[in-house]
Design a protein around this ligand. Structure first.
Ligand code: AMP
Length: 480
């Protein structure tokens, strides 16, 4: 199954906004640095100083681009929003780097988006037909045009007007010349938290971005909530029809940083609980529990504690290469695993090893790691995965490949074990995972989380995907 539209539309991102601080841009840079795990291909900050907006966007890491006085001194003002971006395949174009900015009849507006819109292609075609000129291939740009076209006077009404036409997952941080706005989609698929630093108000994808600037966590922005921050205070609107929350369960599996608190749950503790439940569901007689670092560590610790089998670092990770998955080409991804991990023979030789990772997507990582552990002398390798089989692609802002590339979509567990070369393989069940993330069990009639990647139950229509007539989005412009 291939997507009928361009892969540019799949983004994993981090957003940050700060209102009412004399050093807003520097704080935004720090916040984005803490959120770097959510996107490593590009970053941008837009600030406002009371009379003008200033923007700096660049390909690459936050620390490499927002590190000089030359750049930071130009980002003047008491408010700033920022964005970390990761697009799966294809070119990362500078013109796609957020925050996007537009000149409107009411003034300037910048927007940073985490998530993915599922009817962006359909809307884009309609908007082009009525004369809108798009300058990026980002799904977020349809929101900018819809705001411009809205007949309402107030920015928040225009924003709601625009959002009532889009489908998909979105956590947005928006900035105008007098306000910062935070929005979560009605199901609350992607995270967004609010914090305070003195009198300044902060919005961020995760609490780790509050910690880095010394801000206090106030609360999560609620699903369907629009939070408006101005000099006279904070207002909260709930204009969308109320729907049951469907927070992305994969944030707990892999995406969020372990020191963040998502929807009231510490991510590290949650992952460790998933590992413990996995040990109960899929025990195996072995000598050592070894995580695939770093993503498998909390799950492996939970597994080891529960099974009372010693936890050891049998695989050492080189931290000076990016995440394998984050590398856009297959070739580099292939090389990546070898660059990143090495078996620790002292720990593995002659041992029956339980290898714990958070997920199997394509299976490339597991296959290489299992072979590596055997080469380092392991007698048996039992793979345990701290999430259910990933059988479906995500359309809501987590990068997963198309179904034909998902190992679990095309093979049963026994076949997968054989393909990755493990003596045994087991995944945690979806119900046990629900218990680990704080629910009693999965309610099949109305699941408490978005778990489409594991269940195929998509809570938001996949309009572009189903609308094959939408055609492939052709990139007409190349930045050279
Ligand atoms: P694969 O080699 O495709 O099976 O990838 C599995 C590995 O990728 C696991 O070790 C995960 O930690 C990691 N992973 C899972 N989902 C993602 C994602 N959306 N982005 C980046 N890495 C991921």
């Amino acid at each position: 199954m291939t997507l009928p539209f361009d892969d540019h539309f799949h983004e994993e991102c981090g957003v940050f906004g700060i209102f009412g601080h004399p050093d807003a841009a520097a704080h935004a840079a720090l916040g984005l640095h803490a959120l770097q795990h959510r996107g490593q291909e590009a970053a941008g900050i837009v600030s406002f100083d009371g009379s003008q907006f200033y923007a700096h966007r660049a390909l690459g890491l936050v620390g490499d681009n927002f590190n000089s006085a030359e750049v930071m001194n130009k980002l003047k003002g008491h408010m700033a929003i920022g964005h970390n971006r990761y697009a799966t395949t294809g070119d990362t174009l500078l013109r796609n780097v957020q925050p996007l900015f537009g000149d409107f009849s009411f003034g300037g507006l910048a927007v940073a988006h985490n998530g993915n819109l599922t009817n962006a292609m359909t809307l884009r075609k309609q908007l082009i037909d009525i004369g809108c000129l798009f300058s990026s291939t980002s799904d977020t740009e349809v929101i900018v045009h819809l705001i411009a076209l809205s007949k309402h006077a107030l920015v928040e009404d225009r924003l709601f007007d625009a959002l009532s036409r889009v489908e998909g997952a979105y956590s947005l941080v928006v900035m105008t010349d007098g306000m910062m706005i935070g929005v979560r989609d009605p199901l609350g698929v992607r995270p967004l938290v609010m914090g305070k630093l003195g009198d300044a108000v902060i919005l961020a994808s995760e609490t780790c971005a509050l910690d880095i600037v010394g801000a206090q966590y106030v609360r999560d922005v609620e699903p369907g909530e629009i939070v408006i921050v101005t000099a006279s205070g904070i207002r909260s609107l709930h204009p969308f029809a109320k729907q049951p929350k469907r927070f992305c369960i994969f944030e707990y599996v892999y995406f969020a940083r372990p020191d963040s608190v998502s929807e009231g749950q510490n991510v590290y503790e949650t992952r460790s609980r998933i590992g413990a439940y996995l040990a109960r569901e899929a025990p195996v007689d072995a000598d050592v529990v070894v995580p695939v670092p770093d993503s498998g560590i909390p799950g492996a610790l939970g597994y080891a504690k529960e099974s009372r089998i010693p936890f050891e670092l049998g695989i050492i990770r080189n931290h000076y290469v990016g995440r394998t998955f984050i590398e856009p080409s297959d070739h580099v991804r292939h090389l990546g695993v070898k660059l990143k991990h090495n078996g620790n023979r002292a720990i593995l030789e002659g041992k029956r090893v339980i290898l714990v990772d958070d997920s199997i997507v394509r299976g490339t990582t597991s296959k290489k790691i299992v072979a590596m552990v055997r080469e380092a002398g392991a007698k048996e390798v039992h793979m345990r995965i701290a999430s259910p089989p990933t059988t479906n692609s995500c359309f809501y802002g987590v990068d997963t490949p198309t179904r034909d590339q998902l190992l679990a979509a095309n093979h049963n567990v026994l076949q997968m074990a054989e393909l990755i070369g493990a003596d045994s393989l087991a995944f945690i069940s979806l119900n046990a995972m629900y218990r680990a993330v704080g629910a009693i069990n999965r309610n099949p009639a109305s699941p408490q989380f978005c778990d489409a990647c594991f269940s195929g139950d998509y809570p938001i229509p996949l309009t572009d995907f189903e609308n094959a007539g939408g055609g492939k989005q052709k990139d007409l412009f190349a930045e050279v």
